[in-house]
Design a protein around this ligand. Structure first.
Ligand SMILES: C[S@@+](CC[C@H](N)C(=O)[O-])C[C@H]1O[C@@H](n2cnc3c(N)ncnc32)[C@H](O)[C@@H]1O
Length: 202
């Protein structure tokens, strides 16, 4: 996959797309692989914000074959689809804006995807997270957020998108929750936490 990524023209692509050209994959990708490898490969997986398809590629690599995702940028989705087709003979990215109607999703993945256009308060941001979960009603929701322990000024991450464990426990009161730090400031540019939110009867 890295070889494929190294062959892309990055001049018109956002800066974050280059993370998958490094010799080491990003930590969230490695952590995601550890978590996903515990689940049955027959599970269907949907990713919100698929970018260039590198998380979907990981899912194929792990042996999942009911895999799809949505990406609102037509340019990124088109490049991602071509990449997934050349590597796995599969074009799993829908061009569009989540939420869309979904059925029978076992695992919903939303990582490295902090978007808050038209939102300006933590309450709104948290209810968007809950709405995204409810729309798919998955067995497992793998959600990465900016952690509230990150206090430095950042234009990209205003205070209201910095989420604490307490916030997540409050919006998902009835569900099981565990979490892992993925990025940590100052080693990384922010601190991020990956939550595994699951239904109680699993
Ligand atoms: C930083 S990228 C990460 C891509 C991928 N998850 C990864 O880790 O490689 C986040 C992507 O989510 C897309 N996105 C954000 N909100 C979205 C939404 N509601 N529906 C579809 N795409 C969305 C953005 O266009 C962007 O390409």
């Amino acid at each position: 996959m890295r070889e494929c990524n190294l062959g892309l023209d990055y001049s018109d692509l956002p800066q974050w797309t280059k993370i998958f050209t490094e010799t080491e994959p990003p930590i969230y990708w490695v952590r995601l692989a550890e978590i996903l490898s515990q689940y049955p490969k027959s599970y269907s997986v949907f990713e919100i914000g698929s970018g260039l398809g590198d998380v979907l590629a990981l899912l194929h690599f792990l042996g999942f074959n009911k895999v799809s995702g949505i990406e609102r940028s037509e340019n990124l989705a088109t490049i991602g689809k071509e990449k997934l087709f050349s590597l796995f003979n599969s074009k799993d990215i829908i061009i569009g804006e989540y939420p869309v109607q979904l059925e029978n999703i076992d695992i919903l993945v939303q990582v490295n995807c902090v978007y808050f256009e038209e939102l300006s308060t933590k309450k709104e941001y948290l209810s968007q997270i809950r709405r995204f979960y409810d729309n798919a009603n998955p067995k497992y929701y793998l959600l990465e957020v900016i952690d509230a322990s990150f206090k430095n000024y950042s234009n990209a991450f205003p205070d209201f998108v910095r989420i604490s464990e307490k916030d997540i426990y409050e919006i998902f009161k009835e569900l099981n929750i565990s979490s892992y730090l993925t990025y940590q400031y100052p080693k990384n540019t922010s601190t991020k936490r990956l939550y595994v939110i699951s239904q109680n009867d699993l």
